[in-house]
Design a protein around this ligand. Structure first.
Ligand SMILES: Cc1cc2nc3c(=O)[nH]c(=O)nc-3n(C[C@H](O)[C@H](O)[C@H](O)COP(=O)(O)OP(=O)(O)OC[C@H]3O[C@@H](n4cnc5c(N)ncnc54)[C@H](O)[C@@H]3O)c2cc1C
Length: 406
């Protein structure tokens, strides 16, 4: 029996678990380790922050979910990875050994890298931040809002698109959902009562897609009086301003930020990270230096942008790589990435974006419609009610084909 350890039970870790669990007790035993008791479904956090949705719908309980399917769950922080000796150390001091390791720890949202964030800034990237933001949004009676992503930096060991922002989809949700809430629910008037300014560290906003999605987003930004500033690298948030590295400042009563993404300390301090701590793999998601380590999701150096859809593609590949190694009759899917996301825009509308332009492909589409919103609702609900289990592959492939067709 081979001992498989999965560290991190987010999008990627849970998807790998569901893909390999049929071999539990036959060829493998599986231990999943996460510092949280519940996996956090981040795509529904904007609803927590701007619609007051209950957080419970963004949480998947781990211990019972995994134990009922034959795995062992350990709730603990992984504090050390000793890849040369096939072992981990947990913060409790316990040592865990493995034959194969899946590293799916996601990325750290580094709020402390921004001066003034803890005192004056808001975000939507985790459960604490999303709930805190809703408390602020509920009582917001007007003023200047500024939103944008801070600049992130990546390692150089693998060839991946060098994006300045990890992913700007959540910024789209922040600006459109907040605009909807303030105008429709609070009856405030744009430009008179409030103004939303958007910034991006990039030369272009939404640098991970092509022109079609940018035009759709740009059209609705213009309609709603949302202004955009490019090439703005965030340096500080103050009581009533937000400052950038080029020396400029914007007046700001409410700053909502996507912080820089970084690798967790445990991979930065191990031998398995690149110079920034992200995990370098080949396109079968196998570690470049350690053949018994696989990785998937936000923590991999190849995942650009940092997107759940990409975490799932990579998790499928990583799981297939292990299954093949164990002698199973599987084909390892190609590492063909695409940006696929549904951006909630408040009310009954959302914009569905699918684009592979970043990777040299021809697809580049965006559809603004209530149908996109229904798809988002359906997908988020499926994940929640099925304990983080993705819809079956055939359903995902059919959706992908239909979206590209229309
Ligand atoms: C606000 C927001 C909205 C988003 N919306 C979308 C969307 O609509 N569509 C989309 O495709 N993507 C979306 N994303 C991106 C998506 O959520 C991420 O790409 C995805 O969660 C990455 O999955 P992962 O498994 O790599 O990491 P995660 O889901 O972050 O999981 C990592 C896990 O590792 C655990 N962990 C970390 N460090 C340790 C440690 N040292 N020891 C033990 N456990 C540890 C964490 O507790 C966590 O459970 C959104 C992101 C945000 C922030």
């Amino acid at each position: 029996m081979k001992k498989i350890v999965i560290i991190g039970a987010g999008f990627a870790g849970l998807h790998i678990f569901y893909k390999i669990r049929h071999l539990i007790g036959k060829k493998i035993d599986v231990t999943v380790i996460d510092k949280r008791s519940h996996s956090l479904l981040k795509p529904s956090l904007p609803e927590v922050a701007f619609e007051g949705a209950p957080l419970s719908h963004s949480l998947v309980e781990l211990e019972h979910t995994l134990a009922s399917k034959g795995a062992t769950f350990i709730q603990s922080e992984v504090s050390e990875i000793d890849a040369d000796n096939n072992s981990l150390r947990l913060s409790s001091g316990v040592k865990v050994e493995y034959d194969y390791l899946f590293v799916t720890l996601g990325a750290i949202k580094d709020y402390d890298a921004i001066k003034g964030f803890r005192e004056f800034g808001y975000s939507v990237c985790d459960d604490t931040q999303a709930q805190k933001l809703w408390e602020r949004v509920k009582t917001f009676e007007g003023g200047k809002v500024v939103t944008g992503a801070a600049k992130s930096t990546w390692g150089t060991r693998v060839d991946a698109p060098p994006l300045l922002a990890p992913c700007e989809g959540p910024i789209g949700e922040i600006m459109f959902m907040l605009d909807f809430y303030l105008t429709k629910d609070k009856n405030l008037t744009r430009l008179d009562d409030f103004k939303i300014d958007v910034f991006t560290p990039g030369e272009i906003f939404f640098e991970d897609v092509g022109d079609a999605p940018r035009e759709v987003v740009g059209k609705y930004m213009q309609e709603r009086g949302l202004t955009l500033s490019n090439n703005k690298v965030l340096s500080e948030i103050g009581k009533d301003f937000i400052a950038f590295e080029d020396g400029t400042k914007m007046p700001c009563d409410l700053a909502i930020i996507i912080p820089p993404y970084s690798a967790p300390e445990v991979t930065k301090n191990s031998k398995i990270g690149d110079e920034k701590g992200f995990i370098p793999t080949d396109t079968t998601m196998r570690h470049l230096d350690y053949a018994n380590i696989f990785a998937a999701g936000d923590l991999t150096a190849l995942a650009q942008p940092k997107l759940g859809h990409i975490a799932i593609i990579q998790a499928g590949i990583a799981a297939a790589s292990l299954l093949k190694e164990l002698g199973e009759d599987v084909t390892i899917p190609p590492h063909d990435l695409e940006v696929f996301c549904i951006m909630n825009m408040g009310g009954h509308n959302a914009t569905l974006i699918v684009s592979d332009n970043l990777y040299g492909g021809p697809t580049d589409k965006a559809t603004y419609s209530p149908m996109s919103k229904m798809m988002k609702w359906g997908f988020d609900s499926y994940l929640y009610y099925n304990k983080g289990h993705m819809p079956p592959d055939f359903a995902l492939e059919m959706t992908d084909k239909l979206v590209k067709l229309f």
